[in-house]
Write a protein that binds this ligand. Sequence first.
Ligand SMILES: *Cc1c(COP(=O)(O)O)cnc(C)c1O
Length: 425
Amino acid sequence: MTTTPLPGHPHFALRDGELFAEHVRLQDLARDHGTPLFVYSKGAMLAALAAYQRGFAGRKAQICYAMKANSSLGVLQVFAQAGCGFDIVSGGELERALAAGAKGGDIIFSGVGKTRAEMRRALEIGIGCFNVESEAELEVLSEVAVAAGQVAPVSIRVNPDVDPKTHPYISTGLKGNKFGVAHERTVHAYQRAASLPGLKVVGIDCHIGSQITEDEPYLDAMDRVLDLVQAVEAAGIALHHIDFGGGLGINYNGDQPPAADALWAKLFAKLDARGFGDRQFMIEPGRSLIGNAGVCLTEVLYLKPGEQKNFCVVDAAMNDLPRPAMYQAYHGIVPLSRGGDQPQTYDVVGPVCESGDWIGRDRALAVKAGDLLAVLSAGAYCMSMASNYNTRGRAAEVLVDGARTYLIRERETAADQMRLERPAF
Ligand SMILES: *Cc1c(COP(=O)(O)O)cnc(C)c1O
């Protein structure tokens, strides 16, 4: 038997020309559960987590999985059982984290628009930390905490304003976007936080963007954050932890992001040099823990040759895989079994009635109707962003662990979709 690893996808491989996740043949999963179908490898998730764990060996650190990347309960359970905390951005995510077995103290709450109700609920379950994004939010959170007879643990998310010219792909750590408290306002905001009766300052937080594939933005941001730690502590406010956010990229199309352990070796070299190496750290990785641990299986419905383009119409669509339509993102697409036909160039498109409904453009594929394809790198920001547009039920999801498979989400039916609606007449 010849085994060829799938580039960028640990625990996925071609065996004698057929694609496997761990010990499970993907054709079998498609046959048993239908398509479109998301398949996740537990081994790949744990391998991605292990790279961070190696990077933090011997340090005080907590890894909080940023669950907006993929918030399916079965996925959360894997990370909870492996000792992760969770970074949440809504009250809904809070309930999911609890349902997956997380303890309140292992959850941190990020996001620019927390409501009072979300704050109350988070206090009730003993949230580990609120990552506060504005001075207005500090005031409201203090009010809510005082009314509840509690003290809210807070970090302030700072905007390190890392130079956009050298790192244009950073999208959340710049002046002029909605996230975080401006660099210049940071000490002032901390003084305000320290003076409010309902708050207890516990840390500092930043998150500079997503799909970051180089070290430099992180090293730059770390310097800016440490400058702020010094300034805040010089003002007499102690910071117990430093939360350095998420954002590490994955290989979608030959991208070569640093490995998490290599990146953290560099970051700790800087931290040690500046005397911060023994602090308590937190990180909030999402995509890099789950993105390349998942694929989406889809069936070719029709081949539609044309004068300018050939189309390969598949049964997955922008409601299942929103990233190409949203940000022209690239996903690899490979057949589940290697065919003998001559490859042709296709745009791979879904059935949704929008020209923006495409999954891949100008792909060389040797396929015919009825063949199965895997859309790669589909673990992050696919299912969690899926919608019911065109009244398409959301896909089913399977978790693979060695030779075992778990159906972690059933395929959504039309009845499921209409359950909350009431006919007007
Ligand atoms: C989305 C998000 C993350 C995770 O980002 P990834 O690019 O998926 O690692 C972490 N922290 C915050 C505050 C986020 O909004």
